[in-house]
Design a protein around this ligand. Structure first.
Ligand code: HMG
Length: 398
C-alpha cells in the first residue's frame, strides 16, 4: 500500500522558496586541463564538469549563505521564521553555528533557534527533513534551511577537478509555492571511510573509486527502503535530482538504480530522468550539502515544459555514509515563484581566473595567531568577511 499522500491530513508542506548563491570567481576545467596536461575529454565527458566556483578571499560559507538567504527574507519577511537550520561540512567553527552570523547579517529576530548540522553532503537533506517535522508540528511556522559549502581537495590530486562552492537557502512552510514534499523516505547508513576530513585538515581525504562504490551502494539501499516504506514506483518519476559531486555521478547513480530495478539502462532513458538537473552543477562544481538542491533549482529554472503536478525524486548522499531517497510534487503556479534570472546571474557574473590566480585564492588561509587581519575587498556579493580579530571572524554587508 502506498502512503505518499499521508501528509495531506496536516496540509501539504514543502519548499516555498529556493534561492542560491555562489562565488566571485570561476575556474574553467579547460584551464585546469591546460595546467596539468589532462585531456579535456576526461573533465567535460568523463566527469561531466565544465567549471568550478572559487571563493574570493573575503567569501566563505557564511557570506554565500547570507547572499542566498537575503532574497528569501526580502520576499517573505521574517514573520513565522523561528528556526534556522544550517547544514555544512566546511564549518568555520567547532562550537558556534555559522547560522548565527547569518542571523545577524539578515537581521532575524532574537526569538529564533539557530543550529548547524553535519553529515557530509547529506546534512542539507537532514535539515530539510527536520524543518518539515517542525512545520508539521506547528503549520504557522516557517523554517529557513541553508546548505552552504566550499569543497576543497589537495591540489594536484584527482579530487581537485571536483571542487566547487555554493549555498542554497530554502524556506520550508505549509502550502508551499514550489514543491510539496511527500512523507515516505528511504534511508541508508553504512560506516565506510570513502571521504572524510579530520578536524586538523583543511582538505578532505578521499578514496575516489571507493567513494563511487559507496555512493552506488547507498543509492541501492535507500531505494530499497523507500519501496518498503510505500514509496512510488521508479517509472512514476518525471525527474530525479541526485547529489552531484560531479555531474557524471548522477548518470552512474541512475544507471545503477535502473539496473537494480531490472530496467533498461539505455543512456537516453538516463538523460530523460536527469533532464536539466545537472545544468548548474556542471558549472559550479561540488557544493556538497547544497548540490542536490542546486539540482532542483536547475530542473525548475531550466525546464521549458510545465512541471506542475510532476513527481520529482531526490537522492541525497553524504560520504561516511548516509543516504535518503524521497519525493515531491511540483505545485501549480510554481513558475511565478522561481528565481531563474537571479540564479543565471549568480553563475554568469563570476569572473574567470587562470590557474595561478585560482591557486593563490585556494592556498589562501586565515592567519591563526589571533591578531588583527583585514582582508582585501574582492567579492561582488552582498556580504563579506572583513577580516579576523582576536580569533573572531568579522562579517559586514558590502
Ligand atoms: P580519476 O582517477 O582522476 O578519474 O578520479 P578516472 O580515471 O576514474 O576517470 C574519470 C572518468 O573519466 C572515467 O569514466 C574515465 O573513463 C573517463 P568512468 O569509467 O567513471 O565512466 N575519462 C575520459 N572520458 C572521456 N575522454 C577522456 C577520458 N579520460 C578519462 N579523455 C574521481 C575521478 C571522481 C574519483 C576523482 O575526481 C575524485 O576522487 N573526486 C572526489 C571524490 C568524489 O567526488 N566521489 C564521488 C562519490 S562520493 C560523494 O559523492 C560524496 C562527496 O560529495 C563528499 C560528501 O559527501 O561530503 C564527495
Amino acid at each position: 500500500m502506498t502512503n505518499h499522500g499521508a501528509n495531506a491530513a496536516a496540509g501539504t508542506i514543502g519548499i516555498h522558496d529556493l534561492s542560491f548563491a555562489t562565488t566571485q570567481f570561476v575556474l574553467p576545467h579547460t584551464e585546469l586541463a591546460r595546467y596539468n596536461g589532462t585531456d579535456i575529454g576526461k573533465y567535460h565527458i568523463g566527469i561531466g564538469q565544465q567549471a568550478m566556483s572559487v571563493p574570493a578571499v573575503d567569501e566563505d560559507i557564511v557570506t554565500m549563505a547570507a547572499a542566498a538567504a537575503a532574497p528569501v527574507i526580502a520576499r517573505h519577511g521574517t514573520d513565522g521564521i523561528r528556526t534556522v537550520v544550517f547544514a555544512t561540512e566546511s564549518s568555520i567553527d567547532q562550537a558556534k553555528a555559522a547560522g548565527v552570523y547569518v542571523h545577524t547579517l539578515l537581521g532575524l529576530p532574537t526569538s529564533t533557534r539557530v543550529v548547524e548540522l553535519k553529515q557530509a553532503c547529506y546534512a542539507g537533506t537532514a535539515a530539510l527533513q527536520f524543518a518539515l517535522g517542525l512545520v508539521h508540528r506547528d503549520p504557522t511556522q516557517r523554517i529557513l534551511v541553508i546548505a552552504s559549502d566550499v569543497s576543497k581537495y589537495d591540489a594536484d590530486s584527482p579530487g581537485e577537478a571536483t571542487q566547487g562552492a555554493a549555498a542554497v537557502a530554502m524556506l520550508v512552510s505549509a502550502d508551499p509555492a514550489l514543491l510539496h514534499i511527500e512523507e515516505p523516505s528511504g534511508l541508508f547508513t553504512a560506516d565506510v571511510m570513502d571521504f572524510w576530513r579530520p578536524n586538523y585538515r583543511e582538505t578532505a581525504l578521499v578514496d575516489g573509486q571507493e567513494s563511487i562504490s559507496a555512493y552506488l551502494q547507498a543509492v541501492e539501499g535507500a531505494w530499497k527502503d523507500y519501496g518498503e516504506q510505500g514509496g512510488r514506483a521508479l517509472g512514476e518519476f518525471h525527474a530525479i535530482c541526485y547529489h552531484q559531486p560531479f555531474t557524471k555521478m548522477a548518470h552512474k547513480a541512475h544507471r545503477h538504480l535502473l539496473r537494480c530495478c531490472g530496467e533498461d539502462t539505455d543512456e537516453a532513458v538516463v538523460d530523460r530522468v536527469l533532464g536539466r538537473t545537472t545544468a548548474y552543477n556542471a558549472v559550479v562544481g561540488n557544493s556538497y550539502t547544497a548540490s542536490v538542491y542546486l539540482g532542483l533549482a536547475a530542473l525548475l529554472d531550466e525546464t521549458d515544459e510545465d512541471l506542475t503536478g510532476r513527481p520529482i525524486g531526490f537522492l541525497s548522499y553524504g560520504s561516511g555514509s548516509v543516504a535518503e531517497f524521497f519525493a515531491g510534487t511540483v505545485v501549480p503556479g510554481y513558475h511565478a515563484h522561481l528565481r531563474t534570472a537571479a540564479h543565471r546571474e549568480a553563475v554568469d557574473r563570476r569572473q574567470t581566473v587562470d590557474y595561478p590566480a585560482y591557486r593563490e585564492l585556494r592556498d589562501n588561509s586565515l592567519p591563526a595567531d589571533g591578531g588583527d587581519h583585514m582582508l582585501p575587498a574582492q567579492t561582488g556579493g552582498p556580504y563579506r568577511l572583513a577580516g579576523t580579530s582576536g580569533h573572531k571572524r568579522l562579517y559586514e554587508p558590502r
